[in-house]
Ligand binder design. Structure first.
Ligand code: FES
Length: 134
């Protein structure tokens, strides 16, 4: 269980990007986005093509929906479901998080271990092995 950030921070900044390592050792980017008074965590990649939602400037959102920057499909920030455009009838893969009563958000997914805050390239590129998080 790794402490990520707080609900307040996600609501203030609009979204919060971090990188995990999955059970196969592959790195994935995950986004926290506001959902009502809480937050949800989704893989930072459109279900239509390999397009990131957050490309380094936060997740584009409107009226509680994530906007795919490539073709404009809208995904519900609470359910991850898309009912429109190129990505219609798909749902974003979710990542398990737990929100403590004080608003702290923890990563609690058995298949994802925390690597660092920010995207995969933020530590020098996908092939970099220089970054060690303690
Ligand atoms: S890549 Fe997202 S809708 Fe096409």
């Amino acid at each position: 269980m790794h402490k990520l950030t707080t609900v307040e921070t996600v609501h203030e900044e609009g979204s919060w990007l971090f990188t995990v390592r999955d059970r196969h050792g592959e790195r994935e980017e995950v986004i926290l986005v506001p959902c009502d008074d809480g937050v949800e965590a989704w893989i930072n990649r459109c279900t239509h093509e390999a397009q990131r939602f957050d490309t380094g400037r936060g997740v584009p959102m409107r009226d509680g929906q994530l906007i795919c920057p490539r073709h404009g499909s809208l995904f519900d920030s609470c359910s991850g479901h898309c009912d429109n455009g190129e990505a219609a009838d798909t749902t974003l893969p979710s990542i398990d998080i737990t929100v403590h009563t004080d608003g702290t958000v923890f990563l609690t997914d058995d298949d994802a271990s925390f690597v660092h805050e920010g995207g995969m390239d933020d530590d020098g590129g996908p092939d970099s092995t220089s970054h060690i998080s303690l």
